[in-house]
Design a binder for this molecule. Structure first.
Ligand SMILES: CC(=O)SCCNC(=O)CCNC(=O)[C@H](O)C(C)(C)COP(=O)(O)OP(=O)(O)OC[C@H]1O[C@@H](n2cnc3c(N)ncnc32)[C@H](O)[C@@H]1OP(=O)(O)O
Ligand SMILES: O=C([O-])CC(=O)C(=O)O
Length: 371
């Protein structure tokens, strides 16, 4: 048997949800640039789950259904109030709350595609309410109920801040959701598929995926990028800070990618939004520092920014707490995880690879008294 470290380059399944071919990302065949520029997040979710863009009527009905499922049982928020809240990371709270939500869905254990699709809508709708609810509860505020008529992006910011966002903020946030929605067989999506391929339920699959996204080599990188920017503090410190990281052989968060070696096609959109929002807030130093970091890391290491790099300064400019960056990634990625889970259910086979054994050879058992 031979093995490939980290399964690099291994094709583990077929999928029609999204593709990365020659560094071009498409969702169901639609170019990410077109979707980022023109579509709403709701449209993208519909596309990922149904394999086609919705008509106006289909989109209206789907958006209504999403809205109708946004509220979460009071018990979810009551549990949050009992968490040791000062020490709880919002990704841990999200992982716990999504698992708890499964307790309140009487169909949670059915894994036929039609029933799972209903649970998928509940999960997509409620994940925004859970993330924003926790963000408020930990600050001693009550959760805000979703408002009818707002887009998914606007509703998220409304439930987070208690006031409707302006058009620029809504557009930027919508675009970020679209850009993060799916990404072929990334680590968290693979996790979700492995989990449900045992014919476990969709809530288990999404809970497992959240756990995988949380790590700093995956979705957790965006929060670390902002931590780095905050430590650098001023543009004049960028050079010495980054050189210091090189000297210590530390990874620069937000750079590099397992699949893209010529750059992540989502990064340019996020760079643009970081610039625009920084200009509007009058605090463009985060964007300026990010640009400087990109220049140094690219020139000296040949590494390019991934989706997590410019999303950090962009979310910061929207006034979002830094530890909510990864949960926001999850709010969007639930759409892709759901699509992959539904695809897995529709043509399932247990995912069970092999390991090449490198442990000790045959050993003689010695009883405990004689060891
Ligand atoms: C949404 C997402 O998940 S996007 C990725 C988010 N994660 C990050 O931004 C974390 C930082 N980046 C990384 O750790 C990596 O680039 C990964 C995990 C994304 C991809 O990793 P892999 O394909 O396994 O590459 P691997 O970690 O083996 O790196 C290959 C080489 O490039 C170097 N390298 C890769 N990324 C970085 C980085 N960000 N900073 C410094 N060096 C890096 C490694 O040190 C390694 O060097 P070596 O061969 O001299 O040991
Ligand atoms: O594909 C990957 O390995 C990570 C990534 O960029 C994503 O999940 O969006």
């Amino acid at each position: 048997m031979s093995q490939t470290r980290g399964l690099e380059g291994v094709v583990a399944t077929t999928s029609s949800v999204s593709s990365i071919i020659d560094d071009v990302l498409t969702y169901q065949g639609y170019h990410i640039d077109d979707l980022a520029e023109q579509s709403s997040f709701e449209e993208v979710v519909y596309l990922l789950w149904n394999g086609k863009l919705p008509t106006k009527q289909e989109l209206d009905a789907f958006s209504k259904e999403l809205f109708a499922n946004m509220q979460v049982p009071d018990e979810i928020f009551n549990y949050m109030k009992a968490y040791p809240i000062a020490d709880v990371h919002p990704m841990a709270a999200l992982r716990t709350a999504i698992s708890q939500l499964g307790l309140y869905d009487k169909d949670a254990d059915k894994n036929d595609v039609e029933t799972a699709k209903k649970s998928a809508i509940k999960l997509q709708a409620k994940v925004a309410t859970v993330v924003t609810g926790f963000a408020r509860i930990r600050n001693g505020k009550e959760p805000v109920k979703p408002k009818e008529g707002l887009s998914f992006a606007a509703n998220f910011l409304y439930m987070l801040n208690g006031e409707e966002p302006n058009e620029v903020a809504e557009d930027a946030f919508n675009k970020a959701l679209v850009l993060h929605a799916d990404h072929e067989l990334n680590a968290s999506t693979f996790t979700a598929r492995v989990c449900v391929a045992t014919l476990s339920d969709i809530y288990s699959g999404i809970t497992a995926a959240i756990g995988a996204l949380k790590g700093p080599l995956h979705g957790g990188a965006n929060e670390r990028v902002m931590q780095m920017l905050s430590e650098i503090e001023q543009p004049e410190n960028v050079d010495s800070y980054v050189q210091g990281m090189f000297d210590k052989k530390e990874k620069i968060m937000g750079f590099g990618h397992r699949v893209y070696k010529n750059g992540d096609p989502r990064a340019k959109h996020l760079r643009e939004m970081s610039k625009k929002l920084g200009g509007i807030t009058g605090e463009d130093k985060w964007y300026e520092m990010s640009l400087q970091i990109e220049k140094i890391v690219t020139e000296e290491k040949g590494l390019l920014p991934n989706v997590d790099f410019y999303s950090a300064s962009m979310y910061h400019s929207l006034g979002i707490d830094h530890d909510l960056f990864t949960p926001i990634f999850a709010v969007s990625r639930v759409s892709g995880w759901n699509a992959h889970i539904l695809e897995q259910y529709s043509d399932n086979r247990l995912i069970r690879p092999r390991a090449e054994y490198v442990g000790p050879g045959k050993q003689q058992y010695v009883s405990i008294e004689n060891r």
